[in-house]
Write a protein of this length. Structure first.
Lengths: 295, 420
């Protein structure tokens, strides 16, 4: 009897062991290495030297592009996560309705998500190309414009395009997360609300939103992490040009490490990014969990 | 039972050692080659058919028993990441093909050329090329191949507009205005690439054409010279006046070449591979080359680019002499005209060794003109340890200037950062 009880105590840990080992090897260990590297001298060629304290961090925050890159990263994460969540939520509400062709619409929605980000960014590069981009061609053929428009006339506009591509590829993920939440809502709740005279907005506020909150929490936290760490869109579309004005933290530290060969500050930046991400995701999760407990 | 188990262990141990004993004399070289084009993999990698129906690895191993090649072709985008990661893990390649070598010198990672390169091969390299690889009285790399830059222009466009090929900056500005007026802005007169890939080339084109450059006559960094400031301000003014492609910070040389091939761009500075590129793209434009325009009273400078081969030290190699000899054999086989001519001509590059010249000119007479250009070219100061930062730094200066920053202030800051 005792043996059986003991076994039930330790058995789950045995089953968890392979996953924990993999996480330790492929996640925890590299993070610890990066932390160690950020306090080490690293040569241009990547040879790791001795402990230098916070020198890499001091150099990183004094880089001329640091402030711009931090602001870009903030706008990038906020705009992509918030707008893709709003759009994804609306599309999920639409796709949750019964209509002819709903399955096809859902399938089409998967495409931007299922296609590689590099391909997505390259395709958008072609679409908005001034010389022979598809957008200009279509508008010229329709007679809407008389001369090709430079859709990337300033770095601010280029950054907006990068954000737009980020939103475009993130919306499907949010939509499917919300859809899964919507489909788990018992239809009788809506029927009861209708009987009580609740309109669309009241049902949305008092039934739909609270019921899909867990799905939205998952999608938002994952999106904060994915979008913050996203590399291919910015790198493919502008490589951070001009002069890091369209870089985010991830693309900037890559350029810093492998183009400028300043590996020390690049490592320090990656640690700073990791800590920011932990704090943001942590604050969001704690606040959402508190609200759920209140409910 | 224990005895049986011990016996089993001994037999297993012996069996494990058998292949090692047979392979003890073999030297395996880790080689990283950069991907110059779609043919590079086919030409180099095992299983490829680009080298007369075979590939470099298989041919080399057949000709050099006892030496195995672990050769990897890596794209230019990834090569620094791959190499740096390997070095950080103490697993540097034995032979590396790259565009620079100086960043590996401070850590003492490179093997001097004299340790592995036979004299006959060493004397075959163009002496002017080798000078750039001499640091502290020792050669640290050898040239892999080269390309030269020239002004390409669309003959039909210039004839239609009725203008001559510009030779000075003032003439270039007039020519650009004439093209704009004639085509009402439908054709970009002048191509500029100030992207992260080629910003250093743009810096060279204009500063060398104004008597400036990366370094002064003593070889020290002189990034903020008056000539450089004037040159970059001139280049930026071409963009601001609407004479160029609209987005020089993000439109790469390949975007310019596409526009040139499509007859949408009248003039651009580019490498000797452009005719092949245009042909591959199906472009049917009438093009010709000329010297790069220079400022009034200054000499036009040709811009050359050369890549390198280098060998890394490996203190863990059991037989250093055998390893060095194997690296030498690799180099000899690679630069053997029977192999090297095919490699250079396949991707339309210019050679780095004298022994290949005759065969290349025989196969393609236009090579001779390019070899003459090459002989007068200026090259980037890649032997200086700060080159990677300078390359990125001048690009950042140009890109900042494109958004309105003051060129002199930017170059002063860069000079202070690099030279202290």
């Amino acid at each position: 009897m005792n043996t059986g009880l003991n076994r039930t105590k330790w058995e789950p840990y045995v089953w968890l062991l392979p996953s924990l080992l993999l996480i330790a090897i492929f996640v925890v260990f590299p993070i610890l290495i990066v932390f160690k590297l950020s306090f080490s001298e690293i040569s241009k060629a990547g040879v790791i030297g001795g402990f230098i304290g916070f020198d890499n961090y001091v150099e990183a925050v004094h880089l001329p592009a640091f402030k711009t890159v931090m602001l870009n990263t903030m706008w990038w994460v906020l705009s992509v996560v918030i707008l893709s969540t709003v759009l994804g939520f609306i599309i999920a509400l639409v796709l949750n309705q019964k209509f002819r062709g709903r399955k096809i619409a859902r399938s089409i929605l998967v495409f931007p998500w299922a296609t590689s980000l590099v391909i997505q960014a390259s395709v958008w590069n072609y679409i908005i190309k001034a010389e022979y981009g598809n957008l200009n061609n279509v508008l010229l053929n329709l007679g809407i414009i008389q001369q090709a428009v430079n859709w990337r006339s300033s770095y601010q506009i280029e950054f907006v395009w990068e954000c737009w591509v980020g939103i475009f590829v993130t919306v499907p993920f949010v939509t499917f997360c919300v859809l899964s939440g919507l489909q788990s809502i018992d239809g009788s709740l809506y029927e009861a609300a209708t009987m009580d005279g609740a309109g669309f907005w009241n049902k949305l506020r008092h039934i739909t939103l609270p019921m899909v909150r867990p799905s939205l929490t998952v999608s938002t936290v994952l999106n904060i992490i994915y979008v913050f760490n996203s590399f291919p869109i910015v790198y493919t579309m502008t490589k951070g040009a001009p002069a890091h004005k369209t870089d985010t933290m991830i693309t900037y530290l890559y350029m810093l490490s492998f183009y400028e060969r300043r590996k020390g500050p690049a490592t320090a930046l990656s640690v700073i990014g990791f800590l920011i991400l932990c704090v943001c995701a942590g604050i969001y999760m704690v606040s959402v969990m508190r609200k759920e407990e209140e409910l | 039972m224990k005895k049986l188990f011990a016996l089993f262990l001994i037999v297993a141990l012996v069996l494990c050692m058998v292949p090692a004993a047979f392979a003890a004399d073999d030297v395996t070289l880790d080689v990283i080659i950069c991907q110059y084009g779609p043919n590079t993999n086919e030409w180099f990698e095992r299983g490829g058919k680009g080298m007369d129906g075979s590939n470099f690895v298989e041919k080399f191993e057949a000709a050099n028993p006892g030496i195995k090649l672990n050769l990897e072709v890596v794209s230019w985008n990834d090569v620094h990441q791959v190499v740096d990661t390997r070095i950080a893990n103490g697993n540097a390649p034995d032979i590396l093909n790259l565009d620079t070598f100086s960043e590996f010198l401070p850590d003492g990672l490179l093997l001097p050329v004299k340790d592995y390169c036979p004299d006959e091969l060493f004397n075959d390299f163009f002496p002017a090329f080798m000078q750039d690889f001499l640091v502290d009285g020792e050669y640290w790399a050898v040239p892999d191949l080269a390309s030269a830059r020239a002004l390409y222009y669309n003959v039909d466009i210039l004839e239609e507009v009725g203008i001559e090929v510009p030779t000075t900056w003032a003439e270039l500005r007039d020519a650009c205005q004439a093209i704009i007026d004639f085509y009402d802005g439908e054709i970009y007169p002048w191509g500029i690439d100030m992207t992260t890939d080629e910003g250093q080339a743009a810096f060279a084109y204009y500063t060398w054409g104004n008597g400036g450059g990366f370094t002064d006559e003593n070889g020290a960094w002189a990034l903020n010279s008056d000539e450089n400031v004037e040159a970059i301000e001139y280049a930026i003014s071409l963009v601001n006046d609407g004479y160029t492609n609209p987005n020089p910070a993000t439109q790469t040389r390949y975007d310019l070449q596409d526009m040139f091939a499509a007859g949408k761009l009248a003039m651009m500075i580019g490498p000797n591979q452009i005719p092949t590129y245009v042909k591959d793209k199906g472009g049917e434009i009438n093009m010709a080359t000329a010297s790069l325009p220079a400022n009034e009273g200054k000499t036009s400078a040709s811009v050359g680019v050369k890549d390198v081969m280098m060998a890394f030290k490996d203190d863990s190699a059991p037989d250093q002499a055998a390893r060095n000899e194997a690296i030498g054999k690799f180099m000899q086989f690679f630069y053997d005209p029977a192999n090297y001519v095919g490699w250079v001509s396949m991707e339309d590059f210019l050679p780095a060794v004298n022994s290949a010249v005759e065969a290349l000119v025989e196969a393609n007479p236009s090579f001779e003109a390019w070899l003459n250009v090459l002989a007068t070219c200026k090259f980037y100061p890649t032997s200086m340890a700060e080159w990677a930062q300078v390359r990125q730094g001048v690009t950042t200066v140009e890109q900042n200037a494109l958004t309105g920053a003051d060129v002199r202030a930017e170059l002063d800051a860069l000079q202070a950062e690099i030279a202290g």
